[in-house]
Design a protein around this ligand. Structure first.
Ligand code: MN
Length: 477
């Protein structure tokens, strides 16, 4: 990691000599300011802003954003002022660095109100200039990559906050690459055993299917070329957290329809649909797995055709077909829209993203941070709660879950022999609803007959419902 690495990464999409010079100057300026500071890892502090700038260059951010990434901690940690940055660089850079500073260093406090306040500042930053939030995302990504140097108890809290706030944010900004990496990094700290177990299994599957997948890739490629459809194809495996989510819902590892995927990029929309037909002529599609996100884009503007086919070697393979342009938007997110480096999100762009609409509506209708945060979580960020086990493990559940859901999530036997729960020290019924950050101990009794029949309606998760039904199916026999 050095300045040269950053410059090479920028040159891949911007060869303007002035811009390159501007970025080098910013690096040396920041290096001088952070000179005597060290990170917790013991490295010189400049490594952090440099890494943030590199992450931003990988989503092809504009020059002012890269420069602001290099300077993002200077207002907070050194003696210079916003005006110094405006004079030395330009007012846009100064505005961005000031914006990132205002959002504030997330204090990693577990205090609900504080997290709520942080979330509000973060989300309001989007309305001001979305680039402020992109810098904050890159900042978080680098902090997550180096989380091992933090104290153990902090690690889980930071990982949790990343799950709650930053990952949904990356999704709504359409930064898929950052989102997947953040998910896996958070998951690694929240549930290390499961993370390592799954990574091992996935590596094996990747090895076992490598040949089949590349054979498919070349077959599809030659058929498309024969039909005058120039294309580029890439193979990818679903990220560990995405796989975990499916397994959690009861899908077996080898039945996950998009565990393995081939991404086909072609020149225009018409060729996307032609390609879909060609692919199906080679490999039969799995019923009900064809999705047309080109005609109906996702709310974050993601566009692609999806189909899952029975591929070579009896592997289920998801095929994603999109134009090069759509792919750029899918992996880079919003930055792909920036034509003019000085552009600030305009009104038209804002309304194109459903997210901004709901965000601004919620922001104008609530006055206190906590209810704002709760509404955001309900409306846009997906409704989840996190509860603690007595050992301090963190378990994610959908909003509305009861202690029954938690018991089954921990272990089927625990659900089947559950008689009560202790929630934050209070003796409670199994069907008690759980709240975010509750500490819950499940009380079991081996002498119990099994789960109560009514529990099926008193729990929220598919898993718990299924396990209770299964118990009664067995009893009948
Ligand atoms: Mn930072």
């Amino acid at each position: 990691m050095n300045l040269n690495y950053l410059l090479e990464s920028v040159k891949k999409y911007n060869n303007n000599e002035k811009d390159i010079k501007f970025i080098s100057n910013a690096y040396h300026y920041a290096e001088k300011l952070h000179k005597n500071q060290k990170r917790q890892s013991g490295e010189p502090y400049i490594i952090h802003p440099l890494s943030v700038a590199i992450i931003l260059s990988e989503i092809e951010a504009d020059t002012n954003t890269i420069v602001a990434g290099l300077l993002h901690d200077t207002l907070e940690d050194t003696d210079i002022k916003k005006n110094d940055i405006a004079c030395e660089f330009n007012p846009y850079v100064a505005m961005l660095v000031d914006g990132v500073t205002k959002i504030g260093k997330i204090s990693f406090s577990s205090r609900e109100e504080e997290i709520a306040g942080n979330a509000r500042k973060l989300l309001s930053g989007i309305a001001e200039d979305v680039r402020i939030v992109l810098i904050k995302l890159a900042d978080r990504l680098h902090n997550m990559r180096t989380l091992e140097f933090k104290k153990l108890d902090r690690q889980k809290e930071i990982a949790l906050e990343t799950m709650e706030i930053f990952i949904p944010l990356a999704y709504y900004l359409g930064c898929y690459r950052i989102k997947s990496e953040l998910e896996d990094l958070s998951f690694k700290y929240i549930n290390p055993e499961m993370y390592f177990e799954l990574s091992k299994k996935v590596k094996k599957i990747e090895k076992d299917t490598y040949n089949d997948l590349y054979l498919m890739l070349s077959e599809i490629n030659s058929l498309l070329i024969d039909n005058n459809i120039p294309n580029e194809i890439k193979a990818r495996t679903k990220n560990i957290y995405g796989i975990y989510k499916r397994i959690e819902q009861g899908t077996k590892l080898n039945e996950i329809h998009d565990l393995l995927a081939l991404k086909i990029m072609v020149e225009d929309v018409k060729k996307c649909y032609l390609t879909l037909g060609q692919v199906h002529s080679l490999y039969p599609p799995v019923n009900g797995r064809i999705k047309d996100y080109i005609a109906k884009p996702k709310t974050n503007m993601y566009q692609s055709l999806h189909t899952t086919v029975f591929g070579k070697g009896e592997n289920l393979v998801q095929i994603q077909i999109r134009t090069f342009e759509m792919d750029k938007i899918a992996s880079l997110g919003l930055t792909a829209y920036w034509q003019d480096p000085k552009v600030v999100m305009n009104d038209e762009l804002k309304t194109r993203f459903q997210f901004f609409k709901s965000l601004l509506e919620i922001n104008s209708s609530t006055s206190d941070n906590k209810s704002f945060f709760e509404e955001i979580k309900q409306e846009v960020l997906g409704a989840k709660i996190y509860v603690y086990t007595p050992k301090g493990d963190i378990i994610e559940l959908p909003v509305g879950s009861t202690a029954i859901d938690l018991a089954y999530k921990i272990h089927t036997d625990m659900g089947n022999s559950m008689v009560a729960a202790i929630i934050n020290g209070n003796y409670s019924l199994p069907e008690s609803k759980l709240q975010n950050k509750d500490i819950v101990k499940i009380i079991t009794n081996d002498m119990t007959f099994g789960p109560n029949k009514e529990w099926v309606d008193q729990c929220q998760t598919v898993l718990a419902k299924r396990m209770i039904r299964r118990f009664y199916d067995r009893v009948k026999l």
